[in-house]
Design a protein around this ligand. Structure first.
Ligand code: IPE
Ligand code: IPE
Ligand code: MG
Length: 241
């Protein structure tokens, strides 16, 4: 159980963020949607460096869902252009903060260029011992569970695994990033109260914090507010305290 006294922030071990509201922020400011995504990069940098500084062990950022492939091709191209830039330009920041980059999601639809930049940045940061940062790109929670089940079924078919041996640990081992701890805190911006297919297995006991600000406006202050909110939660995991 993690329970802070009063209004003290408590730093969760593992945090996941649904970075939402880029389009709304841009629209309100009179810009094209893509300007919201551009500004969102600044919020990513702040959140990553703040979480690393405060001692978060694992951070998963929802950057592009499997369902986001249904967006207009122009927006998809611009988003991946930003991602490519991020994967190169943020290398120094990741190294300085000793952050190790990972990917959660399917690789099949990612372009060779995105895959190359992603793999290069993952390799460059592989020996970093600070916070692990997983970017959820082409990620869907249902798809992750389907991929895991197919992997387990193949092992059963080969005779490596008995059906009765499929327990929680076996399923977890087949997830995209099996070594990441489950999120203690799930943050969503732009006031939306839904999961949108994010980390369905892993968020079973996550505390949920919804921030009203759109993602481009999310900064250190909003992160601290989320950690204060987390500090007030009583986590029971089904037990009687
Ligand atoms: C989140 O912002 C970024 C992605 C989903 C890639 P949105 O683009 O969903 O912004 P809104 O929800 O339309 O405001
Ligand atoms: C969830 O946001 C996906 C990401 C933040 C990458 P969406 O904007 O796609 O979710 P919905 O459509 O509002 O549920
Ligand atoms: Mg949205």
């Amino acid at each position: 159980m993690k329970k802070g006294s009063g209004d003290e922030p408590v730093v969760p071990r593992s945090v996941a963020v649904i970075m939402d509201g880029n389009g709304r922020w841009a629209k309100r400011a009179g810009f094209e949607r893509i300007r919201g995504h551009e500004r969102g990069i600044d919020a990513v940098r702040t959140t990553v460096t703040e979480c690393a500084r405060l001692g978060v062990e694992a951070l998963v950022l929802y950057a592009f869902s499997e369902e986001n492939w249904q967006r207009p091709q122009r927006e998809i191209n611009l988003l991946f252009g930003l991602l490519e830039r991020f994967l190169v330009e943020e290398r120094d920041t990741l190294m300085q903060n000793r952050v190790r980059l990972l990917h959660s999601g399917r690789r099949a639809r990612l372009s060779p260029k995105v895959l190359r930049l992603l793999d290069e940045t993952v390799a460059l940061t592989a020996a970093n011992t600070g916070m692990r940062l997983s970017l959820a790109i082409s990620y869907g929670g249902r798809q992750e569970l389907l991929d895991a089940m197919q992997q387990l079924a193949r092992r059963v078919q080969k005779g490596e695994l008995a059906p009765e041996a499929i327990d929680e640990a076996a399923l977890r081992s087949a997830l995209y990033q099996p070594d990441l701890p489950d999120p203690d805190l799930l943050i969503r911006t732009a006031g939306e109260m839904r999961i949108s297919n994010f980390l369905l297995w892993q968020v079973s006991y996550a505390e949920i914090h919804v921030s009203d600000v759109c993602w481009p406006e999310f900064g250190a202050e909003q992160l601290a507010a989320a950690f204060r909110d987390y500090g007030r939660r009583v986590r029971k995991f089904g037990k009687v305290l």
